[in-house]
Design a protein around this ligand. Structure first.
Ligand code: NAD
Ligand code: ZN
Length: 379
């Protein structure tokens, strides 16, 4: 079969790889029909995630058709069209039973790591990803969910990660009625977080980025205020200024490691270009949330991003909440929101590529060329 093949930072290609096989009675083999590139894949592509091995296949956002089932998977049948949450979860461990599917104990037994994720390095369990013609899906009796007849398959595709992640970002922010919410990052995740913030009762939603085309999009899509940080002398002071000098009730970090070094941080009045991978948005979030406020982190960081201003967290009494998204926990509610027309995630898709063109797709999405917001691979 054809599959993505990671050759090192900024280098990927499509190669022939062996067909996946059922290795366990709870496995399924799924023929991928659509897959996305996620901002999280860019951290791998940029070489910022430890233990990303040469030869890996990325891809954790995909839908497809069930082609083969292990003997213990009784809730699916061959031929079912399924969406597959990006987390691999056993459904039975102490964490899964609490709904913490992202932190499954069985899918990733490394003591210092989180749960298992398709195509996301050996830190996340070393599973192959879905930027391929076929994929082995472990614990297929837990994650894969049949796509309802009345659901557009590209909406289903974005239910595998991006929409649930934006929703969980807003949920972790503990948004109360009347709150002012600032979302850092107008990528697919930030766009969804801004859209979902309203569902929790926000009174004001503000999005910060430096890409005008994304700010224009989110302004309309999520009906929010937008600001370009490159045109602000000091984003933290600016946010304080527009929130009666109190700060925002909730700040959401939908950026994570900034490999391209796009952002600048203002320290004692001097602009300092942080090194690639620095946690600029997280600094801004911590420094511009009000005292006692909540910072919700969904942006993904590598272990080198250790520049959190923890003194400010303590002195301001801030609560920080962060996690990978437990997609399965949120699916019933979010599938209904999509079916009821309350949320339409597929509207953020700007580009569609053939699998053969994946190297171009990565280059365009990574460089934010051609006004790319969300690229999809159509197989
Ligand atoms: P993306 O790369 O498309 O978007 C990131 C956006 O952040 C870009 O528009 C960029 O211009 C902007 N940005 C960069 N520095 C900034 C700063 N200092 N302030 C404000 N904006 C800034 O990525 P995406 O797909 O939207 O994903 C966003 C983040 O969410 C990534 O770190 C990704 O790994 C993470 N993610 C987490 C989960 C989870 O489960 N927690 C799931 C999916 C994605
Ligand atoms: Zn993703």
């Amino acid at each position: 079969m054809k599959a993505m093949n990671y050759r090192g930072p900024f280098r990927i290609r499509i190669d022939e790889k062996p067909m996946p096989e059922i290795l366990h009675p709870r496995d399924a083999i799924v023929q991928v029909t659509r897959a996305c590139i996620c901002g999280s894949d860019l951290h791998l592509y940029h070489g910022m995630v430890p233990d990303t091995r040469i030869g890996s296949t990325f891809g954790h956002e995909f839908i497809g058709i069930v082609r083969e089932l292990g003997s213990e998977v009784t809730n699916l049948k061959v031929g079912d069209k399924v969406l597959v949450p990006f987390n691999i979860a056993c459904g039975q461990c102490v964490f899964c039973l609490q709904g913490l599917y992202a932190n499954c104990h069985e899918a990733n037994t490394m003591a210092t790591a989180g749960g298992g994720i398709f195509g996301y390095s050996h830190l996340a369990g070393g599973y192959d990803g879905g930027q391929a013609e076929y994929i082995r899906v472990p614990y297929a009796d837990v994650g894969p969910t049949v796509i309802p007849e009345d659901m557009d398959e590209e909406d289903a595709l974005l239910l595998t990660d991006v929409l649930p992640t934006g929703y969980q970002a807003a949920e972790m922010g503990g948004i109360q009625k009347g709150d002012t919410v600032v979302v850092f990052g107008a990528g697919p995740v930030g766009i969804m977080a801004a859209r979902c913030a309203w569902l929790f009762g926000a009174e004001r939603v503000i999005v910060i980025d430096h890409l005008e085309y994304r700010l224009d999009f989110v302004k309309n899509y999520a009906n929010c205020e937008v600001y370009n940080f490159k045109s602000l002398e000091d984003p933290v002071l600016f946010i304080k200024h527009i929130t009666n000098w109190l700060g925002a009730d909730v700040c959401i970090d939908a950026v994570g490691s900034d490999a391209c070094g796009n952002a600048m941080q203002t320290i004692t009045g001097k602009k300092l270009l942080l090194q690639a991978g620095a946690a600029t948005a997280l600094h801004w979030a911590i420094n511009s949330v009000k005292k006692g406020g909540i910072v919700s982190i969904v942006g993904v960081y590598g272990p080198t991003d250790n520049l959190v201003p923890i003194g400010n967290v303590l002195n301001k009494g801030i609560t920080i909440r962060a996690n990978q998204t437990s997609v399965k926990r949120l699916l019933p509610k979010l599938m209904k929101h999509v079916q009821d027309g309350i949320l339409s995630p597929k509207d953020i898709i700007t580009h569609r590529f053939a699998l053969e063109d994946l190297p171009d797709a990565y280059r365009i999405f990574s460089s934010k060329l051609d006004e790319c917001i969300k690229p999809v691979i159509v197989l």
